[in-house]
Design a protein around this ligand. Sequence first.
Ligand code: 4AD
Ligand code: MG
Length: 432
Amino acid sequence: MESIQILDAKKHVGETVQIGAWVANKRSSGKIAFLQLRDGTAYFQGIVVKNEVGEEVFQLAKNLNQETAVLVTGEIREDSRSKFGYEIGISGIEVVGESHEYPITPKEHGTDFLMDHRHLWLRSSKQHAIMQIRNEVIRATYEFFNNNGFIKIDPPILTGSAPEGTTDLFETNYFDQKAYLSQSGQLYMEAAAMAFGKVFSFGPTFRAEKSKTRRHLIEFWMIEPEMAFMHQEESLEVQEQYVAFLVQSVLDNCDYALDVLGRDRAILEKYTKLPFPRISYDDAVELLQKNGFEDIQWGDDFGSPHETFIANSFDQPVFILNYPKAIKPFYMKSHPTRDDVVICADMIAPEGYGEIIGGSERATDYEFLLEQIRNHGLDENEYSWYLDLRKYGSVPHTGFGLGLERTVTWLSGIEHVREAIPFPRLLNRIYP
Ligand code: 4AD
Ligand code: MG
């Protein structure tokens, strides 16, 4: 008898198979028991009929506790009434691991309780669906960049540099030196672009941000492409193609997860149409001021209500272009005709999900960068390798960073970024 994963049920209809699974829930009447099972690949129903299996197996089935691990044997059948579409008519059950008083019951639990039990909460069907979408976004990222001539390069996690400002660094001892956990691989990716042309990274990044919002994690994963001989306008095209490709891939490959999450496909379809709208920072400020946001002045950074209002003025992701120099990092290229803004863009997701991409064209001039490093109070010795990139064949180049968890939150249509990563690190949480 073959052991299968229920995901492959289609290929085994009418066959008797064995499946390793956990009991998610159960109900029974006098003669029949319905087990809600999950085997890691999907949630499905197992049916135990007393007359077919006999008293002993039936009693065992009826008394299985939630999250008991079992090996079930039985015949795969089509089941048009369930979301999943297949069930197993059980003929035998072997208990592999007992479970007593599983803390997460089918009743409602508060968020703190669920977060304290994240190691178990991951077993629920909603969390399973979100992780399927996360996996698809990662898979599609590799497909997109590999198909477009990019090579994957891994920047270090322990670094001496602070590309995104010195206020939210995690500092650690590095023998007799100081090191920081990476905020962004960007500076290393710039070196890689000068070596390999078009590159992308995918890795964890860390920000000791004192933000307690539904968009902020302390540890999050970022995809950072960097492209040599490329100006900002071409980078925006890569960005919108990439994001539209992610949306399409989720639509194509995450049917079951979208059903579980109740995500409206017609809404997602809109995000596959190119181009995405663009608005300048200047015009965005004006738009906000005209619509009753009296608090915002030219020069301010946007907060989440501002981003949401701008996003709601369009029905696709929108690029906000060319922010004030004073609120952006040291490495961005100045605008050719204006001294007060830089060549950069943030991509704001629709539906109030906020910024999912930050990117810019990079400064190429050695003297300018050196001055910027000094003006930002950074230690120029730590950046001499970075300055070398402007000494030996400096070329126009541009890149961006897409936040994985914010993107997954948006595509899944869920409330909070903490559910888009298996084990979230938040302002007040490092357990479990
Ligand atoms: O806008 P950010 O800070 O840009 C950079 O780090 C650049 N060095 C990227 C580059 O050009 N290579 O961050 C990029 C993205 C944001 O748009 C957001 O999606 C995500 O990273 N992000 C966060 N996600 C979750 N929690 C946080 N605290 C985040 N901070 C940024
Ligand atoms: Mg940003």
